[in-house]
Design a protein around this ligand. Structure first.
Ligand SMILES: NC(=O)c1ccc[n+]([C@@H]2O[C@H](COP(=O)([O-])OP(=O)(O)OC[C@H]3O[C@@H](n4cnc5c(N)ncnc54)[C@H](OP(=O)(O)O)[C@@H]3O)[C@@H](O)[C@H]2O)c1
Length: 286
């Protein structure tokens, strides 16, 4: 029987490419999205390339929606081999200027969504005594960046959550845990973030504005000077996710490009892929 995979956030970007790539690599794919009206592009690919992909509804912020879709998959296949927590949303604004609603939303989509999806699939993987959970975090899950602290905070939370899980579910239940950490990806992500948060094209106002402008000018200069490309395509990131899925012993942390590795180097030098910390915590606590 084919391995199956549940992927969240497949309407665009990395999720879309991951669904197609996994189907081409002999996975039975459950491509989920919160808004099925956005499924047309994926449906077209499925028909054109005769792909084994079922599209199902799933909003990562709604526990009932996750449970109902996971139950549908279990009724069909009796198992879930792999969960890819991909759904997420960009957000850039100073903490002072973000509303309560925005702060709750960025945390819910990027962090609680991962926790809820993981919580719902874990009992099945535990009973199967096998499974794999891959969460797409970001270099922003390792390094805090200006005007991005609320998004980074949520991605740091995912990294902590996954690290904690990795210390015991792998040994006890054979469930592999990994974070895939991209730098910039040329997807809908930035456009969505700008639409959602920017006021007249700016992520900051008042006394923050000159700092923001300095930050943007610096970004452009660094991108121009960088020897390695900052931006990857969604497909390039999907290829890394597939590599992690195929790895018998995947590490906890994988950055997806040379740029992402270089960017996080100062923070991750002592333990680039998280193997040492997981081993040390296991040895000390379990
Ligand atoms: N692009 C980057 O520069 C970048 C860098 C580092 C990490 N990442 C991470 O990579 C992952 C994929 O992002 P992407 O670049 O592919 O961006 P994207 O094209 O904007 O895709 C994000 C996906 O998440 C979905 N989503 C948002 N809220 C959701 C919810 N409540 N329930 C279910 N799905 C929801 C979106 O659905 P809708 O179409 O309905 O909104 C969309 O399918 C995210 O976790 C992101 O944080 C992105």
């Amino acid at each position: 029987m084919k391995k199956n995979v549940l992927i969240t956030g497949t309407s665009t970007g990395v999720g879309f490419e991951t669904a197609i790539l996994f189907a081409k690599n002999n996975y039975k794919v459950y491509a989920t999205m919160r808004n099925l009206k956005k499924a047309d592009n994926l449906k077209k690919k499925i028909t054109e390339e005769n792909l084994d992909i079922a599209i199902l509804p799933l909003d990562v912020t709604k526990l009932n929606s996750i449970k109902s879709t996971v139950e549908t998959i279990i009724e069909k296949d009796g198992k879930i081999d792999l969960l890819v927590n991909n759904a997420g949303a960009g957000f850039a604004k100073t903490t002072e200027q973000a509303s309560e609603e925005e702060i709750r939303w960025v945390t819910e989509v990027n962090y609680h969504g991962v926790v809820f999806c993981t919580q719902v699939v874990l009992p099945y993987m535990r009973k199967q005594k096998s499974g794999q959970i891959i969460s797409i975090t970001s270099v922003g899950g390792l390094v805090g960046q200006p005007f991005n602290e609320l998004y980074c905070g949520a991605k740091f939370a995912v990294e902590g959550f996954m690290e904690g899980l990795a210390t015991y579910v792998s040994d006890a239940f054979n469930i592999k845990i990994s974070c895939v950490e991209p730098g910039g990806i040329a997807t809908e992500f930035m456009t969505s973030a700008i639409e959602k948060t920017a006021v007249e094209g700016q992520f900051a106002t008042g006394e923050y504005l000159p700092i923001f402008e300095r930050y943007m000018a610096g970004n452009q200069k660094r991108a121009g000077e960088s020897k390695t490309s900052v931006y990857q395509t969604g497909l390039e990131v999907a290829e890394v996710i597939l590599e992690v899925a195929k790895n018998e012993h995947p590490p906890l942390r994988i950055r997806t490009s040379q740029w992402a590795k270089d960017f996080c180097n100062l923070k991750t030098k002592a333990d680039p892929d998280g193997t040492k910390i997981v081993q040390q915590i296991r040895a000390s606590f379990l």
